[in-house]
Design a protein around this ligand. Structure first.
Ligand code: NCD
Length: 320
């Protein structure tokens, strides 16, 4: 599966060793492609003992169902042992207390850290203070690199390419780390990325983030002829004030219903990182339609996380 880079020279050098996975933004095309290829290889055959004897720490300071479970399953499928720690984000501040936790845990012979935190940059901070790989499993509004990788993997399985595809990302773009990571990845591989949401949740400046990215406040415009429709949840937990008048108005203007989906290509796929709120950002009939690949995203998440752990913790495995 080739993601077909828009410009093969851009970031196209052979992949160097990845010390950490903190975001998509710093990655070159070759590094992303190599992770996607590794996940595809693991789909055919997973090396069950690759991480035998390794211990992976899952450090989750923010709620998570699928991401934590997915990393846990991925680590175990490669033969690693996992230690899971969850904490309420509100009680722990970025800075000393976070590092204190990490220093304590370091004494437990950890081979890698998978970390989610409500503060943007927290995994990068930890990465500067430990000598094991750190994987960002979502940091505040910043990045969620494994989600973008599994989304790209899912798109490739259905469309065979990313270059030239029209991808509509709809919803709360402002607070979404999923949107940011996807924006970096999809634009790097030459997609036409259309961001859509209410103006309060989508600053126009997003259009200047990367080539091929545009902003629209009209759902019909975003959906017109789209190959991929990616719907995002409204991140209430990151809002300290009201960003839109009412849920009813949001639904009226931005909910992806079966009727509205008809504006996209008939073979368009529908994606959602979960958790999804049926009846708000997405109609139940769309979530369950044959065009929906939402469950597949979850399955592909395990393969991608296996590839990331193999690459970072296994370190020395051969590139496919
Ligand atoms: C996303 C996240 O946590 O950023 N969920 C996920 O990882 N599957 C999106 C969300 O919470 O809405």
């Amino acid at each position: 599966m080739e993601a077909q880079a828009a410009s093969p020279s851009e970031g196209g050098a052979s992949p160097r060793a990845l010390p950490h996975l903190l975001g998509i933004e710093p990655l070159g095309i070759a590094e992303i492609q190599a992770l996607l290829d590794t996940a595809a290889a693991f789909h055919r055959h997973a090396p069950e003992k690759l991480l035998a004897g390794c211990r992976i720490l899952l450090l989750f300071y923010e709620a998570s169902t699928r991401t934590r479970t997915s990393f846990e399953v991925a680590a175990r499928r490669l033969g690693a042992e996992t230690v899971s720690i969850t904490a309420a984000s509100s009680s722990i501040e970025k800075g000393e207390s976070l590092l204190d936790t990490v220093y304590t845990l370091r004494a437990m012979a950890i081979d890698g850290i998978v970390m989610r935190h409500a503060d943007s940059g927290a995994p990068a901070l930890v990465a500067r203070h430990v000598d094991v790989p750190v994987v960002n499993a979502g940091d505040g509004m910043h990045e969620h690199p494994t989600q973008a990788l599994l989304d790209a993997f899912t798109i490739l399985r259905h469309k065979g390419r990313i270059a030239g595809l029209k991808v509509a990302i709809i919803g709360d773009i402002l607070h979404s780390r999923v949107a940011r990571s996807n924006l970096w990845l999809l634009s790097r591989f030459g997609a036409d990325v259309r961001l859509c949401g209410p103006p309060s949740l989508l600053p126009r400046a997003f259009a200047s983030f990367a080539p091929g990215v545009s902003v629209t406040y009209r759902l019909e415009e975003a959906l017109e002829g789209a190959d991929v429709v990616m719907v995002l949840r409204i991140q209430m937990e990151r809002m300290r004030e009201a960003f839109f008048p009412s849920e009813a108005e949001y639904v009226q203007l931005y909910s992806v219903t079966a009727d509205r989906l008809r504006q996209a290509r008939p073979d368009a796929i529908v994606m959602h990182p979960g958790p999804m709120i049926r009846g708000v950002e997405i109609g139940a009939e769309v979530a369950d339609s044959p065009q929906s690949v939402i469950r597949e995203q979850v399955e592909n998440g395990v393969l991608i996380r296996m590839a990331v752990l193999a690459r970072l913790v296994g370190g020395r495995i051969a590139w496919p």
